[in-house]
Design a protein around this ligand. Structure first.
Ligand code: FE2
Length: 351
């Protein structure tokens, strides 16, 4: 634990009187709050927590009886961090929720400045349309809807579909840059065939005269089949990072950075019996379990997990993951935003 920069000074009658008088003129003494503004380490309201999918799922399905996707605009159960009640936050800077689309439903087209990721948790065959291209989604797929892109969702399959929504809502709120508008029609017109962006930009190739037009990736669906195959091929080399097992980050092929500038996304494989070394980082991280079972020790709490469970590791909290069988974990955080601002830190093996 680092040493505090400043201790809160003692309160005296004359100080209290002075502070009271200046408060009437909308001034306050910095030295009374300096110990919180310049804390030695991150101080967060977020707490570690796990949402068990077996517990969440009945509520998610019941929500379809309560409201339609169209009336709700987005029928999502927000995963609210218990330490941040009423703030629609899963971590300090990010929002998480589980969204349901029933067969035949459409979540109407709209756009907003908040960037969103979808990580498919249950079901197969529903679609997300982004800027005129529809992508059919399967479990484990990672789909982006970058800031200010038109998007709608629909389910033309015969089964419910559930995905994890991750948005930079709290970050955009802090910067006071929220804008949103409806498209005006339920669905946007289709201008490109399904799979077009993946073919153009996601095959290690790119149209010869392509120029980067946005800070976000031109690919908007990163299919799980490819991600899983990459991990499976890489494991043959048998080189494991002590803190991460085998961990990949999703990239924007335009610049090698994260697919969206504010949210970083990762997929990692922990082989059966693997126990990660103690680790912590300044980006609070949300995990979605894709395959396998295991447990995570976050701070001084232990959470057992299995497929479709979600858990959050608040910023700078020591974390350790132990796989009881081969496990695949998806995760997201605000790491690229922190890195761009020169704020990101990690500590390997110290915790
Ligand atoms: Fe949206």
């Amino acid at each position: 634990m680092s040493r505090a920069l400043h201790e809160k000074p003692e309160m005296t009658n004359s100080r209290a009187n002075f502070y009271g008088r200046m408060a009437e003129e909308n001034m306050t003494p910095l030295w009374e709050v300096l110990h919180t503004l310049l804390a030695a380490e991150p101080v967060t309201d977020a707490v570690p927590y796990k949402w068990d999918y077996d517990v969440c799922r009945p509520y998610i399905m019941e929500s379809a009886d309560v409201i339609s996707a169209e009336e709700a605009e987005r029928r999502v159960l927000v995963l609210q961090n218990p330490g941040m009640e009423g703030r629609s936050c899963i971590s300090e800077s990010l929002y998480g929720g589980l969204q349901l689309i029933m067969p035949g439903e459409i979540a109407p087209a709209h756009r907003h400045t908040q960037a969103a990721l979808r990580f498919i948790v249950e079901g197969s065959g529903a679609y997300t349309a982004v800027d005129g291209e529809k992508t059919i989604m399967e479990e484990g797929d990672f789909v982006i809807t970058p800031s200010w892109t038109w998007h709608d969702h629909g389910n033309e399959s015969d089964r419910p579909m559930v995905w994890l929504d991750g948005l930079d809502v709290p970050l955009v709120e802090t910067l006071d840059t929220t804008f949103a508008e409806p498209y005006g029609e339920k669905s946007q017109g289709k201008t490109r065939p399904s799979g077009d962006s993946l073919a153009r930009y996601g095959s290690g190739l790119m149209p010869v005269d392509h120029e980067q037009r946005s800070p976000s990736s031109p690919i908007f669906n990163y299919p799980y089949t490819r991600t899983r195959e990459a991990l499976e091929t890489m494991r043959k080399t048998d080189e494991w990072d002590p803190c991460h097992g085998l961990k990949l980050r999703y990239v924007n092929p335009d610049n090698g950075e994260s697919p969206m500038p504010t949210i970083g996304t990762f997929m990692q494989l922990l082989p059966k019996g693997f126990e990660t070394s103690a680790y912590r980082c300044s980006d609070g991280t949300v995990y979605s379990v894709v395959e396998g079972t295991g447990k995570s020790i976050i701070g001084d709490e232990t959470f057992e997990w299995g497929p479709r469970d979600h858990f959050v590791v608040p910023c700078w909290m020591p974390q350790k993951h132990i796989a009881s069988e081969d496990a695949v974990l998806f995760s997201f955080s605000d790491r690229p935003a922190q890195q761009k601002l020169g704020l990101w830190r990690e500590d390997r093996g110290n915790a």
